[in-house]
Design a protein around this ligand. Structure first.
Ligand code: ATP
Ligand code: MG
Length: 373
């Protein structure tokens, strides 16, 4: 690796880069191609930034901040208009071509074998033949997403939606309008563009959009500067906050307490900002309460009936090796999962995956046995 060149592209000094190599930079030799990745943000280099062995550098996808009280946040953050895009709920991947092979990087900068197989199926190779430095930033969504399985999108397997475009060896991304143009040009799906509003009326428009998305079980919106001058911000529907809370309480001992607190606080601010009626507040309270209680009760009753608390997902792969590699990838990511024997079908194999939630399992059993909290 040419340290001087890499440091220059990353915008840090060579000695700083050397220092980081001993702290937050990790090597990943598998799957090929080999790479180093930034495990955390440092000196303005985003977490998930990757340097491949051939010298290609891909910056991490930037964090998106979240206001809780929308109108004043929009007023402070944006200068003129606000572009509204749907926020889709799956996992973030950066798809690119390294030495002629398409790979999909996770947020943290690992090559995910399953996401890579999906990307090779959905992203035509000629895009990268014509644009070798292109980095397609998008969300993989659908019921066969083994990280975040969701039924609400128009796919019965897994799909890829572009939401930003970057270039190798360059910080920054193309922004909302350029991204949609490129998606059209490349024939890729993109996260829905839901309108562009002057900032004084944007919050009210977004309230209606988020309410509608919520009724459809969709996650929410990402607000972007049409000129790409300031960073995007995100805002989610009550339906998503509550479905997160429900999932969290189902596996209550495997989630950090801040996961619950932050989502309940979002609900409080949204209710106040939207000037809800007593009736609407009652409904919200009910929704939050049910998300907490019903899913947790389900877990406790399941365990009492002698069942294990697990998460099930089914994926399809074209190639058996993808399944084996993905099993290994989950293990190295600290996710405990059992893979069923593959079942051949028309286009490859169906694989059932059981994700284990050990902590909630053991805790629930212990409490049912009469142990103290
Ligand atoms: P963060 O990105 O703020 O670190 P996080 O990892 O918890 O947070 P989310 O809360 O899901 O992730 O919000 C940001 C993510 O939303 C992005 O990283 C991206 O994967 C996803 N996303 C979905 N739709 C869009 C969109 N239209 N524009 C930008 N990002 C989107
Ligand atoms: Mg997400």
């Amino acid at each position: 690796m040419n340290l001087a060149r890499v440091a220059q592209i990353l915008g840090i000094t060579e000695s700083r880069l050397q220092g980081l190599q001993e702290t937050i930079i990790r090597e990943s030799a598998w799957p090929e191609p080999r790479l180093i990745r930034f495990e955390k943000e440092a000196s303005g280099v985003e977490a998930g930034t990757v340097v491949f062995e051939n010298g290609d550098i891909v910056f991490g996808y930037p964090k998106i901040r979240r206001p809780l009280f929308l109108a004043p946040a929009i007023e402070r953050h944006f200068s003129g208009a606000v572009a509204v895009e749907e926020k889709m709920n799956g996992h973030n991947v950066r798809v690119l071509s390294v030495s002629g092979e398409t790979v999909a990087l996770t947020r943290g900068g690992f090559i995910c074998p399953y996401s890579t197989e999906v990307a090779r199926r959905l992203v035509p190779e000629e895009i990268f033949e014509k644009n070798p430095n292109l980095v397609l930033c998008g969300e993989m969504v659908g019921p066969e997403n083994p990280y975040v399985a969701k039924e609400v999108y128009p796919t019965d397997s897994i799909d890829f939606y572009l939401f930003d475009v970057a270039e190798k060896n360059r910080k920054g991304t193309a922004g909302v309008h350029k991204t949609h143009e490129l998606a059209e040009q490349f024939g890729l799906k993109a996260t829905a563009f839901l309108g562009q509003f002057q900032k004084d009326i944007a919050a009210e428009k977004i309230r209606h959009i988020v309410l509608r998305l919520g009724r459809q079980g969709r996650e929410g919106v990402v607000l972007k500067d049409p000129e790409n001058q300031v960073s995007p911000i995100k805002y989610t529907s009550s339906a998503t906050n509550c479905s997160d809370i429900a999932v969290g309480f189902k596996y209550y001992n495997d989630y950090a307490t801040d996961f619950f607190l932050s989502r309940v606080v979002r609900e409080g601010f949204q209710s106040v900002e939207w000037n809800e009626s007593e009736e609407e507040r009652g409904e919200r309270a009910q929704r939050i309460g049910e998300s907490i209680l019903f899913s947790m009760i389900e877990t406790i009753e399941k365990k009492r009936a002698g069942e294990n608390i697990v998460q099930r997902v089914i994926i399809h792969v074209r190639n058996l090796q993808t399944a084996r590699d993905f099993e290994y990838h989950l293990r190295r990511s600290g996710i405990r999962a059992l893979f069923d024997p593959p079942m051949p079908d028309d286009e490859g194999y169906q694989i059932g995956i059981t994700k284990l939630v050990m902590s909630t399992n053991d805790k629930t059993q212990a409490l049912l046995d009469g142990e103290m909290w």
